[in-house]
Design a protein around this ligand. Sequence first.
Ligand SMILES: [Zn+2]
Length: 379
Amino acid sequence: MNNKDVIKILDKLISCKSVTPYDDQCQEYIANFLKDLGFKIEFKKYDDVTNLIARYGTEKPVLAYVGHTDVVPTGDINKWETDPFKLTDKNSKLYGRGTSDMKGGIACMMHAIQEHLSDNKNFIGSIIVILTSDEEGPAINGIKKLVESGDLTPYEIDMCIVGEPSCKKTIGDTIKNGRRGSLSGRLRIQGIQGHIAYPQNAMNPIHAFSPVLNRLISQKYDEGNQYFPPTSFQISNINSGVGTTNIIPGELSMDFNFRYSTETTKNELQNKVEDIMKESGLDYNVTWSHSGDPFLTERKDLLDACVKSVKEELGMTAEISTDGGTSDGRFMAKICNQVIEFGLINKSIHKINEHTTEADLDAVTKVYKSMLNRLLPRQ
Ligand SMILES: [Zn+2]
């Protein structure tokens, strides 16, 4: 394999100033590259978001590679040691916005596919590359819309690799096979405002809520399971009081979030909180916002191929994990029951001086190539 090919691809991708949601012709370059390999190209535009669906073959099984071409803003450009939109080799590192998250991963996959098709175009199954320019932004008109509109349904995707940077320190140390769900709530407690010297004429919501708060925190929501840690309840903001020292506040508000496992559901968590609140007898209301159900991929073909490829190509035993924030995998999981995330190292992502290395790109490309060989063997 020629590593320089991956770098050449990445160089081009980094030069596109695709700060979310603008794609700056990044997908057009990828589409032309895949078209030359025999892929059928389709663009789906929703508002200012560009989405690319490229397909090779029509047979089962269908393996999808999912990613995003948009990047987060650079931050203070003067703090960058290099031009963030020019791939720069410095002290054995490759700098540029998106090198790790996730243009680097896309470049690895493009080259792996090119190699897979190079000497024999006949393999079992088909490959679909799905890219959006709305992952780092609100993530409404990207993979979410493609899934919910039914645009991806006819493709009957069997397996999906999300090429996000999943590794912590060394390529191959982590494969993600699911994510926790995320549920947020805003709670308001109504008290009665009054003079601090006349508590009999007031109802202090801080005092009244304290024991209830304790119950919410100490409650065991579940024990987790083999793949998920126990569901966690965390408070992010709690506010009460008007700022002066002689007033009993009339109201308290609190923001909280659940990161939850597959052992519980959004409705169960909501009911639990409502039960505790009702029992308290307090005058309250809660508004909920749900940003994703948990999903889990058991060890079947896809996860197995990734674990074995990491072992064989890199000599590593990957940790299979569901930690970290949400990704587009949560949407793909609604139409595909095998979804994993595997890609570069996530240490420098979203930071000033984001970077990767030639060796890391090489390692990820090897794993992707080996996975293609296992899942879509050449005839
Ligand atoms: Zn990303």
